[in-house]
Design a protein around this ligand. Structure first.
Ligand SMILES: [Zn+2]
Length: 338
């Protein structure tokens, strides 16, 4: 395999993070501590509009099941054996050094302005170190597009980002590509544990694809015509998107969402995710029971009728314990037999 960045050397590097580890680490860990591989996270990088659940090696299954309120699947356990957001044999060691040279200045000089500042009442942060910031976020975007099948950019954009990163040492600030870039900072108040509410991953089949990397959310548009406001669990609710799109190389403007708003967004993602998971698991339970009795799977219309029956006309499907669900399911099947 040839390295994706230089396109010359052997891709000899193992365990390269394609989202910068020191940004996402606090989010991935169960208690927010700076140890790797003991946390779990939600992944928004699947092909459905819904968030998929993942967890990392080292998280105890009982603790996880307790947090989730359900059993984990074999598939999830398999997934957990991989180190998330890292790849083997995609890049070479020299290019890994380039990545580090882009990441380090951002972490040292820019990140403290966000994580170590009281942001009460702040709705934007303007950073004048354009090159440091743009290179850092372009690096996240480009590596995600290389490593995540669902995150798709045109060849032209990819090549322009590749050359920018490869030549990052010598490139002049004014030569950095001006792709419309929107970055939201989710103010995260509290101790390290507060970060574990955040998300890591990217969405798919959306314009733009959104990358969640803990307290930073990246939205990239490939040109001005593509700029549009995507409603995503309240992330882009207001009509101010264009005010925060960066289109020049003078400075970078970050939109800051207050802690309360962050909690609303993650709450909505969790809730809507959990509802979806519940529904599909309820359908599974119902179908199995139906199959046992009738020797065939229920028709789609019947499934819809069943869902209406158990949700009693309202979308409050989370109230069920396993027991009451089984009772209601039996009740529904009984009503069909009679
Ligand atoms: Zn290389």
């Amino acid at each position: 395999m040839i390295c994706e960045l230089c396109k010359e050397k052997e891709a000899n590097k193992k365990n390269t993070h394609y989202l910068t580890d020191s940004i996402i680490r606090t989010c991935l860990n169960l208690d927010g501590v700076n140890e790797r591989e003991t946390g779990f996270y939600f992944d928004v990088s699947n092909n459905t509009p819904f968030v998929d659940f993942n967890f990392q090696r080292g998280t105890s299954i009982p603790k996880l099941e307790e947090s989730l309120g359900r059993e984990v699947t074999e598939e999830e356990i398999e997934k957990a054996k991989k180190i998330p957001f890292s790849v083997d044999h995609v890049f070479c060691s020299q290019c890994e050094d380039i990545f580090t040279s882009i990441e380090t200045p951002f972490i040292k000089t820019i990140l403290p302005q966000f994580r170590q500042n009281d942001l009460t009442g702040t709705n934007r942060i303007i950073v004048t170190q354009n090159k440091t910031v743009k290179l850092f976020f372009y690096l996240q975007i480009w590596r995600t597009a290389i490593c995540e099948e669902v995150y798709d950019l045109t060849e032209q954009t990819m090549e322009s980002l590749r050359l920018t990163i490869l030549n990052s040492n010598t490139i002049e600030n004014y030569d950095i590509p001006n792709l419309p870039l929107h970055i939201t900072y989710l103010e995260t108040v509290g101790d390290e544990k507060a970060y574990t509410n955040n998300f890591v991953g990217c969405t798919s089949d959306r314009n733009p694809n959104i990358i969640f990397m803990n307290d930073f959310v990246i939205q990239l548009f490939e040109n001005n015509n593509e700029i549009n406001t995507l409603e995503f669990y309240g992330l882009n609710q207001s009509n101010d998107l264009e005010h925060y799109i960066n289109v020049d190389n003078e400075k970078v403007t970050f939109k800051v969402l207050p802690n309360q708003k962050r909690l609303e967004i993650v709450g909505r993602i969790n809730r809507e995710e959990k509802v979806e998971k519940s529904i599909s698991s309820f359908i599974g339970t119902f179908s199995k029971q139906w199959f046992l009795i009738f020797g065939g799977f229920p028709h789609q219309n019947l499934i819809q009728e069943y869902l209406q029956f158990i949700s009693a006309g309202e979308f409050d499907i989370l109230k069920y314990t396993q027991e009451t669900l089984m009772e209601r399911t039996t009740e529904f099947i009984d009503s069909k037999v009679k």
